[in-house]
Design a protein. Structure first.
Length: 144
């Protein structure tokens, strides 16, 4: 895969997650879409890195053990990404004096728990994908 294909794959996954979030909640679609897009960014990043590592293993440029370690480390990073994005969006759209009626205020009040929910959802998805990548990594036949 070329870099452009990886970019389109990443964008496609993030867009799919955002659309699922948008149509999942009929009342606050914007907030749910942003939450799911953040989860999608973590998942898409993990998938793209996993595919890059897998490609390098197949071409004998990377050892399986080292690739597994890198995959695990990036799995942890990809779990943190959604929580950080939700935190940034919450801070960027925070209430300021007298602007309650103006603007969009995402992830305020009880919805601030989304900083915990997003990494939790991402953890479950990334853990499943990690297992699939591990199986693929250790069953791969090297081509070079």
């Amino acid at each position: 895969m070329t870099i452009l294909r990886f970019i389109f794959l990443w964008l496609g996954i993030v867009t799919a997650f955002a659309l699922i979030g948008w149509f999942l909640d009929e009342f606050s679609g914007c907030e749910t879409a942003v939450l799911f897009a953040a989860v999608g960014m973590g998942v898409a990043s993990f998938i793209v890195v996993g595919l890059i590592l897998f490609r390098n293993i197949r071409s004998n440029r990377l050892a399986k053990d080292f690739a597994t370690t890198l995959l695990f480390v990036f799995g942890i990073i990809s779990i943190v990404i959604p929580g950080f994005i939700v935190f940034l969006v919450r801070r960027a759209t925070q209430y300021s004096s007298g602007d309650y009626e103006k603007g969009i205020h995402l992830f305020q009040g009880e919805q601030a728990m989304s900083e915990i929910v997003a990494p939790g959802i991402t953890f479950l998805i990334v853990a499943c994908i990690f297992i699939v990548f591990l199986i693929c990594i250790f069953k791969v036949k090297r081509t070079g």
